[in-house]
Design a protein around this ligand. Sequence first.
Ligand code: SF4
Length: 246
Amino acid sequence: MAFRKNNTYKYEPGKNFRLSRSAIDSFMKCNKCFYINRRMNVKDIGMPGFSLNSAVDELLKKEFDHHRESKTAHPYMKSTGRNLIPFAHEDLDIWRDNFKGVSYLHEETNLTITGAIDDVWIDLDTDELIVVEYKSTSTNSEISLNDGTPWKEGYKRQIDIYQWLLKMNGFEVSDDSWFIYANGLKTVGSFSNELKFDTLVLKYTGSTDWVEPKILEIKKLLDQDTIPESSDNCETCSYVTSVNSL
Ligand code: SF4
């Protein structure tokens, strides 16, 4: 069987390696898939693009950029109870670029950690930066960051890593972050060429303590020559195992 290769993401012992936020998450979901992908250079299945979600992100960015320029608070910010405006920085476009992001060279491991953020705000009372993540979905259920779904836990890890990256770049960063969560309403009477959204501003208090120990674990795994065990709760692997045993 021919495997898809992608040399951009292949780890070679002794050389600097860019480790993205999503790669850290991949490690946390399954050591084996992470290893096969990053160390053995077998490209993973990947995910389809979510064009509607990207469109919401893009429009939110434009909306916040308008307030960044005028140094004013967006109405969503007022609901946080803090004195916030969008943060202006010359590297913001780099920080938002999926192929660049906020980066930090972790010298002990020679891994460059990267993560592309959606937005950063600043608290004018404390001068702390606030990490902001845009999310969009469409559900009739109540949206909660603490519903126990694996992807919500992943969203929180995402924020933790961004907070860590900004801290390592020398910024004062608040533990408090916000999700701007846009919910496409399915309860309206018709489509009529538009989607209506109910947008929630959800606070998450992050924790960066786990990030560096995880980077050290990842480095150890990347340097080992044996393939680790697969995750117990992956439906893809259990499907493949079942099919192979027929
Ligand atoms: S359990 Fe198998 S398919 Fe699932 S993520 Fe791990 S190696 Fe990949």
